[in-house]
Design a protein around this ligand. Structure first.
Ligand SMILES: Cc1cc2nc3c(=O)[nH]c(=O)nc-3n(C[C@H](O)[C@H](O)[C@H](O)COP(=O)(O)OP(=O)(O)OC[C@H]3O[C@@H](n4cnc5c(N)ncnc54)[C@H](O)[C@@H]3O)c2cc1C
Length: 315
């Protein structure tokens, strides 16, 4: 049987959208085996079963959440030894990519990051050079280790949930690693996670420091707030909101770009959105080249009108 090892790192014990997408992809390639770097609850095992997981291998210690990537890579290497997978899938997050890199050294295997599709022969498709080219990449050495971008596939449950068997994998005593000594909870905005949202409203330099119109439209649509690098670098909004080559990749059903010129580095993070609406006061702005719908106008006039109309239609 073709085992596909899927890294499910979930400190809060929930099966998130990106995990569900990875399991759905794994099912198209073979039999998903979840590798969880910590103890697993019955609820998590049941949720993994809904996505066709055949087995769950998990760490024997709970303290992997208190260290940075090194020990998680140690655990995943041990999980690979135990399950002998044909491929390993990880989320394309900063942590996922670091763990993939460390794992590739430990197991002398090739790694492909930023994949948006994976074929049955483990050829991974990815876009490179800020979205200018789409290339196919295949690992030629060892077991393919692939980090897969969120929102690249529709997560689907299986008609008949499986009852995955669970196994503990001892985590080898690792090299000294940086330890997390404290955590402070991020104040919740009540909005969906940017990388998982179905609607994203993003603002750029054109908001001139005032994100209120962008936030209000996002709230009217139940969406997340994104930003260009110009806006995050100016300190108008936190860096985690940055969409683009050096920020987050999003692929929502609807991306509303407001006061953003549409530079290639911004495009790299949002061009796979299903519908792109651009609001810009400059009719020659390059953003209109990638927009499905364009509105030439002042975002401070257009966005509040849109929010008011949406709320009216909802009530
Ligand atoms: C290595 C590298 C990595 C990068 N990574 C990223 C990245 O990840 N993400 C990213 O976004 N950028 C990234 N950049 C920066 C990128 O090149 C652009 O500089 C940036 O995206 C520009 O942001 P902007 O569109 O908000 O600003 P601008 O280019 O200044 O555009 C502002 C736009 O707002 C419009 N506007 C102004 N006022 C209004 C108004 N009232 N109503 C409507 N429209 C208005 C203007 O007409 C203009 O089109 C990167 C650059 C480099 C070199």
């Amino acid at each position: 049987m073709t085992n596909i090892l899927v890294f499910i790192d979930t400190p809060d014990g929930a099966l998130h959208k990106s995990h569900r997408e990875l399991l759905t992809l794994a099912r198209s390639l073979g039999e998903p085996v979840a590798a969880v770097p910590g103890p697993v609850s019955d609820g998590l095992v049941a949720a993994l079963g809904e996505y066709g997981t055949a087995a769950v291998v998990h760490a024997d210690s709970a303290d992997l959440d208190d260290v940075l990537a090194v020990r998680k890579a140690d655990f995943l290497a041990a999980a690979m030894d135990r399950t002998q997978p044909q491929a390993v899938l990880l989320p394309n997050t900063f942590d996922g990519k670091e763990i993939a890199g460390r794992l590739s050294i430990k197991r002398r295997s090739g790694v492909v990051t930023d994949a948006i599709a994976v074929a049955n022969d483990f050829t991974a498709t990815k876009s490179v050079l800020a979205g200018a080219y789409t290339v196919d990449a295949q690992v030629r050495t060892g077991t393919p280790i692939i980090t897969f971008k969120a929102n690249s596939i529709e997560a689907e449950t299986v008609p008949q949930a499986t009852s995955p068997r669970t196994e503990t994998v001892p985590v080898p005593a690792g090299a000294p690693a940086a330890r997390i000594t404290g955590r402070s909870e991020k104040a919740s905005s009540g909005r969906p996670e940017l990388s998982e949202a179905r609607v994203v409203v993003a603002g750029g330099r054109g908001v001139n420091g005032d994100f209120s119109a962008v936030e209000d439209l996002a709230d009217a649509l139940g969406g997340a707030v994104g930003a260009s690098r110009a806006a995050t670098d100016a300190g108008w909004i936190e860096h985690s909101a940055q969409v683009g080559q050096t920020g987050q990749t999003v692929s929502p059903q609807l991306y509303i770009s407001a006061g953003i010129s549409g530079a290639i580095q911004q495009k790299a993070g949002m061009q796979t959105s299903k519908v792109i609406v651009a609001v810009n006061k400059d009719p020659d702005s390059p953003v209109f080249e990638i927009a499905d719908f364009g509105i030439v106008g002042d975002l401070f006039k257009v966005l509040p009108q849109a929010a008011a109309e949406i709320r009216k239609r909802k009530s």
